[in-house]
Design a protein around this ligand. Structure first.
Ligand SMILES: *[C@@H]1O[C@H](CO)[C@@H](O)[C@H](O)[C@H]1NC(C)=O
Ligand SMILES: *[C@@H]1O[C@H](CO)[C@@H](O)[C@H](O)[C@H]1NC(C)=O
Ligand SMILES: *[C@@H]1O[C@H](CO)[C@@H](O)[C@H](O)[C@H]1NC(C)=O
Ligand SMILES: *[C@@H]1O[C@H](CO)[C@@H](O)[C@H](O)[C@H]1NC(C)=O
Length: 596
């Protein structure tokens, strides 16, 4: 670069070349620092550059690290990031003479936040990718350990106190739990390309005084659906549910790579969408994101109702809310809950036994006795419990041989077990090899306009199963359904195991994986009840399914229960105690505990 052009650049940086030492640059820009003012082609001297006290290597370490050019006459920085911030020093030695020129570079960060938190609570650190960016990789978070050094925060490590809320989303916020004094300081969120996205100053306040609960600004009813007969509403919901279902399946298969799995995505969706009706603020946004529903899709509840009605010939879905009679539920929530979910909130009874019985009999009734037991007890602190139950009955369109038969099922580990079979020498079935899924797929027609699709991997090994599962996305599964629908049924010799699954999925894990852990700490249910702070304390999902000579019978129930959130007090460190007579108003014992 010619000195003139260089001068121009530096002037642009609002700095006069000869005296300039302090440069303020925006992330992503490039600049060139001259070692000697107004001198080019001068090579007689030994020139070294230092950055924050360390020698800058003559060959650059990476694409973005500083480059020494023309024997040290220039130092060039491309794509400046916060990592480039600091002191640059150029040292010239010639004939026993030394000359030093220094620059201080400050990288301007575009979004700065200050977050004040109490010790022991959770801090939410904001960071967003620009809306135009496509999100392929998550941002990287750093904590500044001192003026020059920084350490990367461990994300995705599930024992860590740091959690990424929405992986692969434009919102790259993180949570830091159980804040301690040492967490105070500066945090930097950076794009994978090194662009600084946000700078968060965390201030930790020590003496905790509970933040008062307030629903102010959050009590308006759910927006009315403007376009009840919109043609796009139903496909939008179908797409959301399918996408959501595949997401749930992938979380479950990752956590249990080889055991039986069963869950009902429609029941979980039904429950979360009912809960959505009562959430506001960030909790609403988190649920919308979790169930893949756009924020402005106000018609989601109406579409859910229409979907439930459409399914009614094969699947019955019921919702219910039990609440503590001391709670005042919002009128509009009660009203909309009846309108969209056919669920009139019901009061909880006095004792845990009565409530357990009431809830379990509701579940048994709504699943046609397929699931008779969901909860063992109901804690007295329970404020609210939402339930969703589904029951499915479909008869085979073509009946199987009633004669009992047995066969061998090969398990993933190669072991074989004897199972009762459903067998037919000439069954009418659509059969196809689906390339995108690497599976042989058969579809069995059921009454009530439903079908059972069985995806058979090419081998009984775990790798065969994984190949199919990894390929199952909303798109490939939809394509498979389309392809199977156009495949004509043919006569096939069919052998299926008679199965009976009864599986309780780890709903608490799913809630976490769905980015809803904040419900466990501070749920904004202001649309439902504005007086108390309540938090999620338990979530369950149980599903049963059996394949019999008659057909497929399946049922599922999903529940979430909320309790009052109490401030905590933990004396698990040295303390002083006083035993006091309130009657005489004098101390009886005084002590101190440092080693219990
Ligand atoms: C998360 O924890 C579970 C058990 O607590 C462990 O099996 C799993 O590998 C962990 N996952 C990661 C990404 O650390
Ligand atoms: C519910 O409302 C009643 C009447 O408005 C009020 O007296 C009561 O304190 C409220 N309950 C709670 C838990 O705030
Ligand atoms: C309840 O819903 C009905 C319509 O279903 C409406 O006319 C009524 O005003 C609503 N009441 C409240 C309190 O929101
Ligand atoms: C469920 O309850 C309703 C109303 O009490 C009753 O008519 C129905 O037979 C019950 N269903 C089952 C499966 O118990």
């Amino acid at each position: 670069m010619k000195p003139k052009a260089l001068l121009g650049l530096l002037l642009l940086l609002n700095c006069e070349l000869s005296s300039c030492t302090h440069l303020v640059v925006i992330p992503g820009s490039s600049l060139e620092l001259p070692c000697l003012p107004f001198q080019t082609g001068y090579t007689g001297a030994a020139i070294t550059w230092k950055f924050n006290g360390e020698d800058v290597p003559v060959t650059a370490q990476s694409r973005d690290s500083p480059r020494v050019r023309q024997g040290g006459l220039y130092l060039s920085l491309s794509h400046v990031t916060a990592a480039n911030e600091g002191d640059y020093l150029c040292l010239i030695k010639e004939n026993g003479m030394e000359m030093i020129r220094t620059y201080h570079i400050t990288v301007l960060v575009l979004f700065m936040y200050t977050v004040k938190v109490f010790e022991g609570s959770t801090a939410n650190l904001p960071c967003h990718f620009p809306p135009s960016n496509e999100v392929k990789t998550d941002a990287i978070w750093f904590k500044e350990t001192n003026r020059e050094k920084r350490t990367q925060l461990p994300l995705g490590d599930n024992n860590s106190r740091v959690e990424q809320l929405y992986p692969l989303d434009h919102d790259q916020a993180i949570l830091i739990r159980d804040i301690v004094e040492e967490d105070a300081g500066n945090y930097i969120c950076q794009s994978p390309e090194g662009q600084s996205l946000s700078f968060v100053n965390v201030i930790v306040e020590v003496s905790p005084t509970a933040v008062p609960h307030s629903c102010s600004g959050f009590t308006t009813p759910w927006e009315t659906c403007q376009d009840e007969n919109s043609r796009t509403g139903q496909p939008m919901l179908q797409e959301s549910i399918t996408g959501f279902s595949m997401k749930l399946y992938s979380f479950l298969r990752e956590s249990q790579p080889s055991s039986n799995l069963l869950f009902s995505p429609i029941s979980i969706s039904g429950l979360l969408s009912h809960l959505l009706l009562g959430t506001r603020g960030d909790t609403r946004k988190a649920i919308e994101r979790a169930v893949s529903v756009p924020h402005d899709f106000h018609c989601v509840h109406l579409q859910m109702k229409k979907l439930r009605e459409k399914l009614a010939s094969s699947l019955q879905m019921a919702s219910q809310i039990f609440y503590n009679p001391k709670m005042n539920l919002s009128r509009s929530f009660t009203n909309q809950s009846i309108q969209f979910y056919d669920a009139e909130p019901t009061r909880l009874l006095e004792t845990s036994e009565e409530n357990t019985q009431m809830i379990n009999s509701w579940v048994a009734n709504k699943t046609d006795n397929k699931i008779q037991h969901l909860v063992d007890s109901v804690a007295p602190s329970t404020q609210l419990m939402l339930l969703n139950a589904v029951s499915f009955n479909g008869q085979w369109k073509v009946k199987y041989d009633a004669k009992p038969k047995k066969g061998l099922f090969t398990k993933l580990d190669g072991d074989m077990v004897t199972v009762p079979l459903l067998y037919h020498p000439k069954y009418m079935v659509a059969l196809n090899y689906i390339v995108q899924l690497k599976a042989q797929v058969a579809s069995f027609a059921l009454t009530g306009d439903a079908s059972l699709y069985i995806l058979l991997p090419h081998s009984s090994k775990v790798t065969g199963l994984q190949q199919v599962e990894e390929r199952m996305t909303e798109t490939t599964v939809r394509q498979m359904i389309e392809e199977m629908k156009t495949t004509s049924p043919q006569q096939v010799e069919v052998t299926l195991p008679q199965i009976r699954l009864n599986i309780q999925a780890d709903m608490n894990m799913l809630i976490k994986k769905l980015g809803l852990s904040s419900l466990f700490e501070d749920a904004n249910l202001c649309g439902l009840c504005s007086e108390e702070r309540i938090i999620l304390d338990d979530a369950r999902h149980r599903a049963v399914l059996s394949l019999t000579e008659q057909g497929v019978e399946a049922g599922a129930v999903t529940s979430v229960s909320f309790s009052r959130s109490f401030p905590s007090f933990s004396a698990l460190r040295p303390f002083v105690m006083l035993l006091w007579s309130d009657q005489a108003n004098v101390p009886l014992f005084i002590g101190r505990v440092t080693d219990p």
